[in-house]
Ligand binder design. Structure first.
Ligand code: NAI
Ligand code: 13P
Length: 352
């Protein structure tokens, strides 16, 4: 298949390697000329993937029209905040060329201000005349390990359920296994919100908290991800799968995670701006903490970890105050909130 990967960052590059390995004709599009030249001339992308040699067949361009013209499948691999602008440009080119494509995105977050999931942003900026289906590919998949062909499993879901088998076919290989999932909302929400919890656990790690505390934040974090996700229409069981618990584990415990590492830098005393600049790659959990906190307030869903992290990141409360607020919250039962939501949702289903 002719495929263009839009975004020459860490994940775009590693996915382009998987697709090239699978014998597809792959072009990468990047806006940074120096990175494009490095991919074409040296077959490396060292800022994003250290010690990795790219296949010689993998070519990059900084010409978006050429990349869109090349492809039947577009893989959007840029940060959430860049998706809307890039999609507008893609749509304009598709209209000019009278062309229709399949889109899959891999961005993990919610758009700031609109609070939309990424597939909703893409849907708003395209039409059924130009785009066959809008899919997501998500799950525990650090770019650094994918590039080393380390066994990885992910899931794909889509708006119209038309493109998922194509996505499964083109990406699947002996080291990259793809499952189909019917729950687009759950897959996107799990991938977005786990970054908040990874940021929180990274901060705990940097502050030398113990394993008990980390396990508590991961577990209670999954609970609040499921609470908001279910309220937004996800199937609660999705949060037990690859794009929920799976991605939460890999992000909240790994030295590869940008969110986890950003948390460590905050604990070491760097400001948010300094930590993001030192990372040099996107830390999606920062904007998603803002979006999820505001969504939780408007939906009336309790998300104590997100709320306290929001205060820690943006209102400058101290770490002691943050932990006091979490530990000394009003006494409650372990399953309250989620159980009520589940009952509500099962009532809705049984009435259908
Ligand atoms: N790095 C990873 O292991 C994984 C990342 N993701 C998600 O993939 C998305 C991208 O992440 P990374 O590749 O890690 O980010 P990155 O920071 O490594 O790279 C982002 C790339 O997007 C480019 N970019 C930004 N705005 C652009 C625009 N308007 N037009 C064209 N290119 C633009 C940047 O120049 C850069 O090359 C994020 O939403 C992330 O959560 C998902 C799974 C794994
Ligand atoms: O989503 C990821 C792995 O599945 C990558 O997480 P980070 O953005 O925190 O590196």
């Amino acid at each position: 298949m002719n495929i263009s990967v839009l975004g020459t960052g860490s994940f775009g590059t590693s996915l382009a390697m998987v697709l090239t390995d699978n014998k597809h004709d792959v072009k990468m599009y990047g806006r940074n000329e120096a990175v494009v030249e490095e991919i074409n001339e040296s077959h490396t992308n060292l800022h994003y993937l250290k010690d990795v040699d790219l296949p010689a067949a993998l070519r990059a361009t900084s010409d978006l029209t050429a990349a869109v013209d090349h492809a039947d499948l577009l893989v959007i691999a840029v940060p959430v905040k860049a998706v809307r602008g890039l999609t507008k440009d893609i749509h304009r080119i598709l209209l000019e060329k009278n062309k229709k494509v399949l889109i899959v995105h891999v961005a993990k977050g919610l758009e700031l201000d609109s609070y939309l999931r990424v597939s909703e942003v893409i849907e708003q900026e395209t039409t059924p005349e130009t785009v066959e289906d809008i899919c997501v590919l998500s799950g525990p998949s650090h770019a650094e390990e994918v590039a080393l062909k380390s066994p990885t499993t992910v899931s794909t879901a889509s708006l119209h359920n038309k493109g998922v088998t194509t996505i499964q076919d083109v990406f699947m290989s002996k080291y990259f296994r793809v499952y189909v999932n019917e729950d687009l909302v759950g897959v996107e929400i799990g991938g977005a919100l786990k970054n908040i919890i990874a940021l929180a656990v990274g901060t705990l790690h940097g502050l030398q908290f113990g394993d008990n505390a980390k396990a508590a934040i991961i577990t209670r974090g999954l609970q609040e991800i499921a609470r908001l996700g279910t309220k937004m229409g996800a199937d609660p069981l999705t949060f037990l799968g690859l794009t929920g618990m799976g991605d939460l584990i890999v992000t909240a415990t790994s030295r590869h995670s940008r969110n986890f590492r950003c948390g460590i830098m905050l604990a070491e005393g760097l400001s948010l701006t300094e930590a993001e600049a030192r990372m040099g790659m996107v830390v999606e959990g920062v904007n998603t903490t803002r979006a999820a906190y505001e969504l939780s307030e408007s939906h009336g869903v309790e998300m104590p970890i997100t709320k306290v992290l929001h205060q820690y990141l943006f209102d400058d409360i101290s770490k002691d105050e943050a932990f006091y607020k979490l530990m000394m919250r009003e006494k409650t039962s372990e399953t309250i909130g989620l159980k009520e939501l589940l009952n509500e949702q099962y009532r809705d289903w049984s009435n259908q």
